[in-house]
Design a protein around this ligand. Structure first.
Ligand SMILES: *[C@@H]1O[C@H](CO)[C@@H](O)[C@H](O)[C@H]1NC(C)=O
Ligand SMILES: *[C@@H]1O[C@H](CO)[C@@H](O)[C@H](O)[C@H]1NC(C)=O
Ligand SMILES: *[C@@H]1O[C@H](CO)[C@@H](O)[C@H](O)[C@H]1NC(C)=O
Ligand SMILES: *[C@@H]1O[C@H](CO)[C@@H](O)[C@H](O)[C@H]1NC(C)=O
Ligand SMILES: *[C@@H]1O[C@H](CO)[C@@H](O)[C@H](O)[C@H]1NC(C)=O
Ligand SMILES: *[C@@H]1O[C@H](CO)[C@@H](O)[C@H](O)[C@H]1NC(C)=O
Ligand SMILES: *[C@@H]1O[C@H](CO)[C@@H](O)[C@H](O)[C@H]1NC(C)=O
Length: 321
């Protein structure tokens, strides 16, 4: 009788763990999000599954550490609504076809948040391609700290795909697809020069501007990014930004790297193909920080980027397993 109980217990435990845990749910951030205490999201907390917009909103706003697995493509209950995320959350998609359609996320003065393996798309108003009529971003962050945005796909929104505003800092944006949009990734909206952001292994695909626009960043580190068909401008260091661009590939980009009068840039091993306009690779380069003083990272072979980045970026079966 005793052994049967043990077997039964094991069986129940296995079933429960299959439903509530996942292999990659406790991964932690690299890059600047690794510093300042690290970005672990909901690690150590319970794991729950959200398959409706109401569940997602409730879990995202709840107190304490929580891992929220988004199961399937959820339609936003209100067009353009940005779901607020409280401290210590990991929001991660199941498989490679989960996400939020017609709405986005908001991080306002909160910290330690991971957003992974989700598609966030389609708040665009068909007759307003530039996306100027509404402020319906994919992710809008104001004064947020320790944030990791990874293996996401953002496409066809209104206003920005990702807006990192008002001294939001210790942020890593990695392995994301930013696609078919006017304003891809904006950083700034502040006069303080404090933000530290890492942007690596992303695919900027048919995005008109802001790849990123980086205004007043203390340190902006970009590497292993692939840019294709960016029609207005590529990477723009404005204000007092210090920008380090390493191992990146710009294909069919107008003004691939531009730098304002108070900014500084250092570029190392950057490939340009079919580009026109400015390629400012060394402007006050001596003022630019050295990323390896802060964390370890690995650079990909630049000529592999056009094949590897589109393949490995965005939601993946493995990350959602
Ligand atoms: C979270 O905690 C704060 C303070 O402890 C409390 O005021 C608030 O009502 C809590 N929110 C939820 C959703 O439990
Ligand atoms: C930023 O958020 C923190 C809470 O994380 C809050 O204490 C602080 O007042 C906020 N600062 C601004 C300028 O909004
Ligand atoms: C700039 O920093 C000051 C002092 O910390 C703060 O009061 C202010 O809110 C910051 N500005 C923005 C736009 O966050
Ligand atoms: C890249 O953009 C094109 C539109 O120019 C679109 O058809 C394609 O699906 C996008 N690729 C990805 C991976 O999002
Ligand atoms: C390039 O991007 C623009 C939008 O910025 C889009 O209209 C156009 O179809 C894209 N071209 C290709 C070849 O994908
Ligand atoms: C450059 O910095 C100076 C001094 O802070 C400021 O007056 C000027 O507006 C800045 N220019 C730009 C383009 O940010
Ligand atoms: C911005 O840069 C200008 C010119 O280098 C400098 O005079 C100014 O003090 C800087 N401002 C900040 C807030 O760092």
């Amino acid at each position: 009788m005793h052994w049967m109980k043990s077997v039964l217990f094991l069986f129940v435990a296995c079933v429960a763990s299959q439903n509530t845990t996942c292999k990659r749910c406790e991964d932690v951030a690299h890059g600047f999000a690794l510093l300042n205490g690290g970005t672990t999201g909901g690690k150590g907390g319970r794991t729950v599954v959200a398959s409706t917009w109401e569940e997602l909103k409730t879990y995202a706003a709840s107190n304490g550490s929580l891992i929220v697995r988004v199961d399937g493509l959820i339609n936003s209950g209100e067009r353009g609504y940005e779901i607020p995320i409280a401290n210590d959350k990991t929001i991660i998609g199941v498989g490679r076809k989960s996400g939020l359609i017609g709405g986005g996320f908001a991080i306002k003065g909160t910290k330690n948040i991971i957003l992974r393996n989700l598609q966030v798309s389609d708040t665009r108003i068909p007759e307003d391609w530039p996306g100027k009529t509404e402020d319906w971003d994919g992710v809008q962050v104001d004064n947020g700290t320790n944030i990791w945005i990874d293996h996401m796909k953002f496409a066809r929104m209104n206003d920005g795909l990702i807006d990192l505003r008002r001294d939001s800092t210790y942020i890593t944006v990695s392995s994301c697809i930013l696609s078919e949009h006017n304003k891809a990734l904006g950083i700034g909206w502040t006069t303080n020069v404090t933000a530290r952001v890492t942007i690596n292994d992303n695919f900027f695909n048919s995005t008109n501007a802001r790849n990123p626009s980086a205004d007043n960043l203390d340190m902006c580190h970009m590497y292993n990014n692939y840019f294709r068909n960016c029609t207005s401008y590529g990477t723009y260091a404005r204000g007092n930004t210090s920008l380090l661009v390493e191992n990146s590939y710009y294909d069919g980009v107008f003004d691939p790297i531009v730098v304002g009068p108070n900014a500084s840039v250092k570029a190392n091993w950057v490939k340009f193909k079919h580009v026109e306009g400015e390629t400012m690779l060394d402007v006050n380069a001596k003022k630019v920080f050295k990323a390896s003083d802060y964390y370890r990272y690995s650079l990909r072979d630049l000529y592999d980027l056009p094949n590897d980045i589109p393949y490995f970026a965005g939601p993946q079966e493995d990350v959602g397993s």
